[in-house]
Design a protein around this ligand. Structure first.
Ligand SMILES: [Fe+2]
Length: 287
């Protein structure tokens, strides 16, 4: 997941509301795991992290609960991706094995990073079919909540999607669009569309609202209540112009009337997006 304001010096700091902020053993553990990502260089094998029994237990609890909820709330294309990736459910997966699995399915690589990656770097990697993932796991005291992307979000949310070639191609197109967004305003608009689709997108499927958004698919609480959000019709300019708050459940979501429409419209948006397209879209919408 990307953050617009992160610099690498802050990677090992935790925000005051992080459940592990006063747990020094957790912080040391998180830093040691982050260090594996910091040292990794592209093309080299991804070193394994030795997860503790407590960390494996967090994964076991969360992945079982989310798998149940995905049956009811996840769109078909995500469930197909997850079925193809077949993540372990009893222990935290190693990025090495997730990378091998996803790469074999769609050619996407999963690459470890020590924490949040600067926005342009994170999106730019997608153009090379590389998804950059944290490896540390949320604090055990609240297994169903994390204020930052952890391995649950990255792998259950994103890597499962990347097991489906349809999503893999969308992610790559998104990366290419980010590289053509030279102005900060164009990148900001692109990031918001990414947020309201790849992270929090919802779609009508067989008369029910389901999600293809990694943020919802990896959120134990929010996935149960997203149908209560204000559901607005699919509209690229509206998505690209709306502010959002990452610290709370999303009060507004945008629904496509079919998954085919998600793929068609998002592909053509990403494929044609650059600074000029951004300006044209705003002018056409009178903004
Ligand atoms: Fe994400």
């Amino acid at each position: 997941m990307a953050s617009p304001t992160v610099d690498h010096a802050a990677v090992y700091d935790l925000p005051a509301d992080h459940p592990g902020v006063s747990d020094l053993a957790y912080r040391a553990r998180r830093a040691a795991i982050a260090e594996v990502g910091r040292r990794h260089r592209r093309g080299q094998p991804i070193p394994d992290v030795e997860y503790t029994p407590a960390e494996d237990e967090v994964w076991r609890v969360v992945s079982h609960e989310l798998a149940r909820k995905h049956e009811r709330y996840a769109c078909r294309a995500y469930r197909e991706g997850a079925a193809a990736v077949t993540l372990p459910t009893e222990r935290v997966p190693q990025l090495r094995e997730v990378d091998a699995r996803v790469h074999g399915l769609t050619g996407f690589h999963i690459e470890p990073v020590p924490g949040l990656v600067p926005t342009r770097e994170f999106y730019g990697s997608l153009a090379e079919r590389v998804f950059r993932s944290t490896q540390y796991i949320r604090h055990h005291s609240v297994p169903f909540y994390t204020p930052e992307p952890d391995i649950v979000h990255e792998i259950i949310g994103h890597a499962n999607m990347l097991g489906n070639p349809v999503f893999a191609d969308l992610y790559e197109l998104a990366g290419q669009a980010s590289l053509r967004s030279r102005s900060d305003a164009a990148l900001d608009f692109f990031s918001r569309v990414f947020w309201f689709t790849i992270e929090f997108g919802v779609v009508w499927e067989d008369g029910e609202l389901r999600t293809y958004g990694a943020g919802l698919l990896s959120s134990y609480g929010e996935i149960e209540v997203f149908r209560d959000a204000e559901i607005r019709p699919w509209d690229i300019v509206a998505m690209g112009s709306l502010d959002y708050d990452i610290t709370r459940y999303q009060p507004v979501l945008f629904a496509a009337e079919s998954f085919d429409r998600v793929v068609d419209e998002l592909s053509s948006f990403f494929a044609g997006y650059d600074d000029e397209d951004h300006a044209r879209r705003l002018a056409a919408a009178g903004r």
